[in-house]
Design a protein around this ligand. Structure first.
Ligand code: MN
Length: 724
């Protein structure tokens, strides 16, 4: 296909190529020209807001990067950076034409641009957004290209007709892109971004400062060269070779200083800054000595960023002096290498020949932080090879449908996201759409995902979610919900236990009675009483006694009358008989082993207490081994509807419905739960002692067998004392 190159385009290509060849003599000219034409063809017919051909923009971005002496792939990517997004060029086509390095870089820049469009107006989240951009710029060159792209867009921002839109872009630039440029030390882009954004956002202030500067410029046109010459003379007379460069400070930096120091423009005397370049860092200190010997130093203005570089690698010595003709001036002393790092930051360490960063990168702490090196030795090597940045390797950033940005730990799922939005959203979530597609709630989220949580008023968190969520907020939310759900179960169990206790005492659990109870126990709702009973924290008998004090008295009376065992307090005949002993002796079953009818038992006589009946295999009996006189033969009286208390150690899986299922099974098998003691609760299981009233040991065995068959039941066994 024949491409018509306008004269100015040929010129632009030539200029750019000359610029690259100046620092990379072996640059592949054919590849460069092909890329230049490819981009031009792709953008053919498109125009900028200014009316200029669109391609002027990629060319300008490419020039900014060539100024930083970046490799050809980076410059080519700049030329093509908008082709995938704005033209119908595929990544595959770029891959075929220019290789995977370029196509990956273009892909990275395109992704950053798409992400940029997702943000809502809410820039309060600038911090998160900066982190997202860093997290997504896996190759630091992607970020450099994006910053250069933004710098040129800010350069031409006056062509955007609506002030609102200009202001939005400027705010975004100041809040997000300028700090990123600062972070990676690309000061030249940082300052240009700040100045342009400042002029849009604070038009009047910018104009006032500029006007004032302009007034001083007329003066400074003579003053700056004059001071420069004098400074150079002062330093060189001290024996240090140097070059001096003077300038007026930017409107933005003056404004910042006015804000920081709360001074007015008139009070702000040092608006001129001078840069002294010397061959070595030793020379920097010598030059500083010369300057301080010649001019009075302004207190508190010396900063030594050579011995202690800034986090982004910046090195220089700063000082302020009352200079020639009493002008208050700022001076920065540095070497040419320091200067290049100061201007281009991370880009200054890029080796275009090997396509890797040079070892000097690792002089600076911020690089370590930037790449998030885990294994120090392997990490450094790996970074040199792949130029990957992984600053936020432990975080992932996702968008709400409104464009709010939410930061989560890596590995976080849709459920974590839901809880991060609001605990109510977490509690009611039942599904998720990620980037418009229905996905599972356990899906791990990726950077830049747009997450839409589906909620339903009847939805409830499931205990098993705890296995995959990553955030403490989601974990505790789920636990809270599961606990609340369990409280409902406990209260169901507690209600039936209380009902049983009432009917055993020939009382009816009526509404009138129910309404009285909470107040007696100083709680809000009857549900709380039920839950306490269900959890074993309150005995049903106690409730009865509080309601019917007479009942308690009669009970006490029967007990104190020494009428005998618990068995005797019931109407039925005794359950246990002792051979060779007259009735009238109190017989009780031991709390340690809870013997059941049908089991082999033995009685132990205790003076004043009567006979305590144990299972023959009860560990407690060891204590009585050398006291045979206390052992008594006892036997079960088999007939009668009487129930005996047995105790089970039960472990259930920690799921809603588990306890209810157990209660149902026991009820169906004709057993009665008389007490529950929670002993342990973990994420997966909860354990408790279950006191059951059963007919005999066979009855208990049946119940155990049926319980063991249930899915919720992890283990169930007779409780027995184990001697240590
Ligand atoms: Mn662009």
């Amino acid at each position: 296909m024949f491409i018509r190159l306008g004269n100015n385009m040929i010129e632009a290509a030539d200029q750019l190529f000359t610029k690259i060849r100046a620092y990379d003599s072996s640059v592949d000219e054919d590849r460069f020209r092909r890329a230049f034409v490819f981009g031009m063809e792709a953008h053919d017919g498109q125009t900028r807001a200014s009316g200029d051909p669109y391609y002027t923009h990629p060319i300008a971005v490419a020039n900014l990067l060539a100024d930083m002496q970046l490799d050809l792939d980076t410059v080519i990517t700049a030329l093509l950076h908008d082709t995938v997004e704005d033209c119908e060029v595929s990544l595959t086509a770029l891959d075929n034409e220019f290789g995977s390095s370029v196509s990956q870089l273009v892909d990275g820049v395109t992704k950053l641009s798409l992400i940029g469009r997702q943000t809502g107006e809410n820039l309060l989240q600038a911090e998160n957004f900066r982190k997202l951009l860093l997290a997504m710029s896996e190759d630091v060159r992607v970020l450099l290209i994006k910053l250069a792209d933004r710098a040129h867009n800010m350069h031409t921002i006056s062509h955007i007709p609506k002030q609102e839109k200009r202001a939005r872009i400027a705010r975004e630039t100041l809040d997000i892109y300028a700090p990123l440029a600062e972070l990676i030390g690309v000061t030249n882009l940082q300052h240009s971004l700040e100045d342009k954004a400042f002029a849009v956002l604070h038009q009047e202030m910018a104009q006032t400062i500029s006007a004032r500067l302009e007034f001083m410029v007329q003066e400074s046109e003579i003053v700056i060269p004059m001071i420069s010459v004098e400074l150079q003379d002062v330093v060189e007379r001290g024996g240090v070779e140097c070059s001096v460069n003077g300038r007026l400070k930017s409107a933005y930096s003056i404004w910042r200083k006015m804000q920081r120091k709360k001074v007015t423009m008139d009070q702000l005397s040092d608006i001129m800054a001078f840069r002294v370049l010397v061959p070595s860092s030793e020379d920097c200190y010598r030059a500083l000595g010369c300057v301080h010997a010649a001019y009075p130093n302004v207190m508190g203005r010396i900063k030594d960023y050579i011995s202690t570089p800034k986090r982004n690698g910046y090195q220089s010595i700063h000082t302020g002096v009352i200079g020639p003709e009493n002008h208050k001036i700022e001076i920065q002393v540095r070497t040419p290498e320091m200067h290049s790092v100061a201007e281009y930051g991370v880009a200054a360490h890029w080796d275009y020949k090997t396509n890797i960063f040079d070892k000097n990168m690792f002089k600076f702490k911020w690089i370590e932080e930037l790449v998030g090196i885990l294994d120090e030795e392997a990490g450094a090597e790996e970074f040199l090879e792949h130029t990957k940045m992984d600053l936020y390797h432990d975080q992932v950033f996702c968008f709400t449908p409104r464009g709010d940005l939410i930061a989560l730990p890596k590995g976080a799922t849709a459920v974590d996201f839901a809880y991060a939005v609001h605990s109510k959203v977490g509690e009611k979530c039942c599904g998720v759409r990620i980037n418009g597609k229905n996905r599972q709630l356990a899906t791990e989220l990726e950077n830049g995902d747009k997450i839409e949580i589906v909620t339903k008023s009847s939805a409830k968190p499931l205990a098993e979610w705890e296995n995959f969520v990553k955030t403490g907020r989601a974990k505790s939310g789920i636990r809270r919900a599961v606990r609340a759900e369990r409280a409902v179960e406990f209260s169901r169990v507690g209600r039936s236990m209380l009902q049983k206790a009432f009917s055993e005492n020939n009382k009816r659990l009526q509404k009138r009675v129910l309404n009285k109870i909470p107040q007696l126990f100083n709680v809000q709702k009857m549900e709380d009483i039920f839950a306490q009973i269900g959890e074993g924290r309150l005995q049903p008998g106690l409730v009865l006694e509080k309601l019917y004090p007479d009942l308690a008295k009669s009970k006490k009376r029967t007990k104190s009358a020494g009428e005998g065992s618990r068995a005797k307090t019931k109407k039925n005949k005794p359950l246990l008989t002792i051979q060779g002993v007259n009735s009238g002796v109190a017989i009780t079953t031991a709390r340690c082993c809870h013997p059941l009818p049908g089991e082999e038992i033995v009685g132990i006589f205790t003076t004043g207490k009567g006979v305590t009946v144990h299972r023959v295999d009860c560990a407690t009996l060891v204590d009585f081994n050398d006291m045979p006189e206390l052992w008594m033969d006892v036997g079960w009286e088999h007939e009668g509807p009487r129930r005996v208390l047995g105790r089970l150690n039960t472990v259930l899986s920690n799921e809603p419905g588990a306890l209810a299922a157990v209660a149902t099974i026991i009820g169906q098998q004709g057993g009665n739960i008389s007490d529950i003691h929670l002993t342990d609760r973990s994420a997966d299981f909860f354990s408790f002692k279950l006191d059951l009233e059963v007919k005999d040991v066979e009855h208990m065995r049946t119940i155990i067998a049926v319980l063991q068959a249930n899915n919720f039941v992890e283990s169930v066994e007779r409780s027995s004392t184990v001697k240590v």
